[in-house]
Design a protein around this ligand. Structure first.
Ligand code: ADP
Length: 734
């Protein structure tokens, strides 16, 4: 090969190498560029990662410092909590679910008096062991093992009951243990020594107060006795004095002594009653009684004072309500007396009406009675209505001052009604009148008799003649429910104008302005009417004497109990004119018929035991009109002796007597009677007004019970009842 060829070949080769080199350089540059780019990306990433790491580090730092703060707070909170727990004087401990102590405050541990083993980790059983071994708790007579078992049983129950233990030091600790979620137990030991001591003081104070209250009651009982005994002399003697020859002036003095004495007794009784209720000494004595009769009796009692003022006393007793109930008749009567007495006292004109309505459930024994006493009197100012039920409270103004009273009546009535489970209230309009009401629920003592309201068939239309509108209304309603059509008449004249053959009955009142009931009956007969006439009168004895009496089918004593009115109406034979013979009349109690030939009979023997001279005198005077043989004993011992030698038909026995009291004497008499087989009636005469006396007296073998001041009528009744067939009638012709 030529050089030239070689050269050109070398050049070509060189050129080729140069191209290759260029190419490789270009590739290298491209690779470098890529590498550079990658390196930049990588360094960006590193920067980012570094920043993130820094963030994490910062975060970590913050968390760490938060944690430290939190830890510090927890420590502070724990310290404070523990400090608080340590500060409280009650013991506090908690145990884990295995009953091992986790912690306890010093108060809890203090009880163990430095016993080193009682510390966190100790088990509850061990604690109980220490308690009994060291005598920390006063377990009384209980066996230590039994006590521990009891305490452990309690501890293991899910909700342990609080337990009071007494420490050897006399302190009382109440253990309150509560189980937490995981079975942990929090145990509180409250020191209740002060409370127990306080409770004991309270109990002691209560016992003392009760003793004082009992002392007060017996003081009152004695006081009542002490006051009543001389009052018996005062009232009784004044009464007897009035029966003697006196000038008008002396009569007035005697009357005043008697009235003042009786008024004083009312006050004493009120104060006694109130104190008894306050001392919770008053017991209700429930027995069957006739409520309607009770109201009528009260109306009879109030009739004279109502009549003096010209007041009408009206009774409106629900026709379909039974009359027999079981309750404390005396106390119900006391409430009614007070309310009705007030109504009459505070009413100058118009009327006082007593309304009784009630619901007697068919399926139960109970009846809800609703009693209201309305008057047309002075009324009570609105701002005083709430005040008058308070003790010693009266509406104190000029017009009220002239009325007598203690202001205790309503307070007693309210308490009595409350004791009976009822309610009492008043509605009043000043200057117009008052309406006092009460409601009580009482068991019925009688079944409702539908027959009692069934009237004769022909009795369809009746004239109701009364000049009192309220009375006409009541009768209209009462006859209305009986199915009788009524025509109200304001006067006798009015009645005569309405009277015709369609009228089956004239129901008239006696006293009326213009023409009274008697004149009406006379006029009706003169006009040729034979219509049966039933007359209601407050003064039947006067009516009985009236020449027109034969015109009446029946004469009824006002206030008329429902049963009597029914009986009078039922006895009417409508088609045939009523005759006098058939007519039921309100006859006075029949005279006692003396026994056979008086000559063969002896006088009744009456023994009275009474230590007080004045009272013996009063008693003698009270029975002076009687045909009896009276002997006195001055104490219980004498009474028993006389009983044996005198053989009395009846014994009146004072309860409080020196040497041997009336109860003991009666017991002795009853013992003697065991051998003779006789039984003499013994009547207690007592000034004791406290409840429970009556039971005590009757339990001692006495049969009856009279309270001083004695009433002549009651003594005579008792003697008459005891009259044996061998003795003359003690009342005789008197
Ligand atoms: P007393 O009648 O003994 O004063 P009460 O407690 O029975 O005591 O009555 C208290 C007061 O209530 C009476 O003093 C009177 O002011 C007033 N009061 C009671 N009932 C009536 C009544 N029906 N009308 C007007 N005021 C009455």
């Amino acid at each position: 090969m030529s050089l030239a060829n070689k050269l050109s070949e070398e050049r070509r080769a060189r050129l080729a190498a140069e191209r290759l080199l260029e190419q490789k350089q270009a590739e290298l540059q491209a690779a470098n560029r890529k590498l550079g780019k990658h390196a930049r990306a990588l360094s960006d990433e590193i920067v980012e990662t570094r920043a993130e790491v820094q963030n994490v580090l910062d975060e970590n730092q913050r968390v760490k410092s938060d944690l430290t703060v939190a830890n510090q707070k927890v420590e502070i909170a724990e310290r404070r909590l523990w400090h608080s727990i340590e500060t409280i004087q009650d013991g506090f401990a908690f145990f884990d679910s295995d009953s091992r102590m986790i912690a306890a405050n010093n108060a809890w541990l203090g009880v163990f008096d430095g016993l080193e083993d009682v510390k966190p980790g100790v088990s509850y059983i061990e604690v109980l062991q220490f308690v009994t071994e060291e005598g920390i708790v006063n377990i009384g007579d209980m066996n230590p093992a039994d006590w521990r078992e009891k305490m452990l049983d309690r501890w293991q129950s899910t909700t342990p009951e609080p337990e009071v233990i007494r420490l050897w030091s006399g302190e009382y600790i109440k253990l309150i243990d509560q189980r937490g979620n995981g079975g942990d137990m929090v145990s509180l030991a409250l020191n209740i020594t002060e409370t127990v001591r306080y409770e004991k003081q309270l109990t002691d104070a209560r016992t003392k107060a009760e003793a004082a209250s009992r002392a007060k009651s017996s003081f009152l009982a004695n006081m009542s006795h002490e006051i009543r005994t001389p009052m018996n002399g005062v009232v009784g003697m004044a009464d007897l004095l009035q029966d003697t020859d006196l000038t008008d002036e002396q009569q007035l003095y005697a009357e005043t002594i008697k009235n003042s004495g009786e008024a004083l007794l009312v006050i004493i009784n009120d104060v006694l009653d109130y104190s008894k209720i306050e001392a919770e000494k008053l017991v209700l004595h429930e027995e069957p009684f006739d409520f309607e009769r009770c109201i009528h009796e009260l109306v009879m009692l109030l009739q004279p004072s109502a009549r003096d003022k010209g007041l009408d006393l009206l009774v409106d007793y629900d026709l379909f309500l039974p009359t027999q109930f079981v309750g404390d008749r005396g106390r119900i009567r006391q409430v009614m007396t007070n309310l009705m007495g007030n109504a009459v006292k505070f009413t100058e004109s118009g009327h006082v009406s007593i309304r009784v309505v009630g619901v007697a459930a068919e399926d139960s024994d109970m009846a809800d009675l609703h009693v209201s006493i309305e008057d047309t009197g002075i009324g009570i100012p609105e701002d005083k209505v709430g005040h008058i039920f308070g003790e010693f409270n009266q509406v104190d103004d000029e017009r009220n001052r002239k009325f007598e009273g203690t202001g205790l009546g309503l307070a007693i009535s309210q308490k009595l009604i409350k004791m009976m489970g009822g309610k009492i209230w008043v509605d009043s309009v000043d200057g117009e009148g008052s309406s006092f009401g009460f409601s009580i629920s009482l068991p019925r003592a009688e079944a409702i008799d539908p027959d009692s309201t069934r009237m004769p068939d022909g009795l369809k239309r009746a004239l109701i003649v009364d000049d009192s509108e309220a009375n006409r209304d009541i009768l209209t309603r009462q006859l209305g429910v009986l199915g009788i059509e009524t025509l109200p008449c304001k006067s006798g004249i009015d009645a005569l104008t309405q009277l015709d053959a369609t009228i089956d009955l004239i129901l008239t009142t006696h006293a009326m302005r213009e023409m009274d009931g008697m004149e009406l009956s006379e006029a009706a007969r003169e006009a040729g009417h034979q219509t049966p006439i039933v007359m209601m009168s407050a003064n039947t004895s006067a009516a009985e004497q009236d020449p027109s009496r034969p015109h009446l089918h029946a004469l009824l004593q006002k206030p008329v109990p429902r049963q009597e009115l029914f009986a009078a109406l039922k006895s009417i034979k409508v088609d045939t004119p009523a005759t006098l013979e058939e007519a039921p009349t309100a006859e006075p109690v029949s005279e006692v018929q003396p026994d056979e030939p008086a000559t063969e009979l002896r006088a009744m023997r009456v023994l009275a035991a009474e230590d007080n001279k004045t009272n013996r005198l009063v008693y003698t005077k009270m029975v002076k009109a009687l045909d009896i043989d009276l002997q006195f004993a001055e104490n219980g011992i004498e009474a028993v002796e006389l009983y044996q030698s005198f053989d009395p038909d009846i014994v009146f026995m004072d309860i409080s007597m020196p040497q041997m009291d009336g109860k003991e004497a009666t017991q002795k008499i009853r013992e003697v009677e065991q051998t003779t087989g006789k039984r003499v009636p013994v009547v207690a005469m007592t000034a004791h007004a406290m409840d429970g006396d009556q039971d005590g007296i009757l339990a001692a073998g006495l049969d009856f019970y009279l309270t001083k001041p004695l009433k002549k009528k009651a003594i005579i009744e008792r003697i008459s009842e005891a009259q044996p067939t061998s003795a003359r009638d003690p009342v005789g012709d008197n």
